[in-house]
Design a protein around this ligand. Sequence first.
Ligand code: SF4
Length: 319
Amino acid sequence: MPRDTFGAGYPFLPASARLSFDQMETLARAFASLGVDKIRITGGEPLLRRGVEHLIERLARIPTWDGRPMEIALTTNGVLLKDKARALRDAGLTRVTVSLDALDDAVFRRMTDTDTPVARVLEGIAAASATGLSPVKVNTVIERGVNDSQIVPLVRYFKGTGVALRFIEYMDVGGAEGWDMSRVMTAEEVRDTVASMYRLVATDTVRPGSTSVNYRHEDDGSEVVSEVGFIASVSQPFCGDCTRARVSSDGQLYTCLFATQGMDLRPWLSDGASPARLAEAVRTRWQSRGDNYSERRGQRGAHGDRRQYPTIRMSLVGG
Ligand code: SF4
């Protein structure tokens, strides 16, 4: 989150405007009744929310439509993960994804606009692995000319650790100042860069709804597989398979990462409101969605339109 935007004078959301854990659980139950079987807690930075492990505990108890346990995932910048990993696991977190765009301290600090050393994030990743959270993933967004030098070092670092590395194309989501197609290093280019140093073989671990094409190292043993995946969110958009609904901390439902407007769910979350009506409102909104921003970006680009269109900030709804 850039310091020049989110400085001391920024009018942050007051705590009273954020959904309570009770409201989040109500929401999660409504989504579960509609067939959702995986909930990801994102941010901003979710580990800054006091008592997030208590929320996880409550969400993890919600049964899915077929009686399986709800899968709870979390995406974090990793800064607080070392101290929280065990409590998160004990609360019922099943998987964790850490955003990490560089191993080199100077590149990392420039990109994150913080003084946090990379070592602190790496310690968090190691702690998450040691507690048995599985899978532990690292998401890396590659911006040409900014951190493409980090591709091979990241692969080298995580090879043999069991941590899954995912390279994601740089997107024009809100907050990506001055985004331009020339700054996008495609998944194919990133994969070629990795393949010039390491022998990769395709895996067959693609889950339904997965956006990543995954490989493992040819010389991985059978016990420690360190996947390397590539997500072509710009060059090969997957809007047709997109199944992700996002709810911001103030209760707005967004049906696309590139939305400009959400639907306010708070009227269905007030005391005495009907859970069935909440589920119905979500169902109706979801069924009427026609989101395909990434596909349209490609079509616009083909016609020479390379403008960046306004969208919600990524820090509002996670990735
Ligand atoms: S652009 Fe929107 S609809 Fe397309 S994949 Fe991304 S979030 Fe889904």
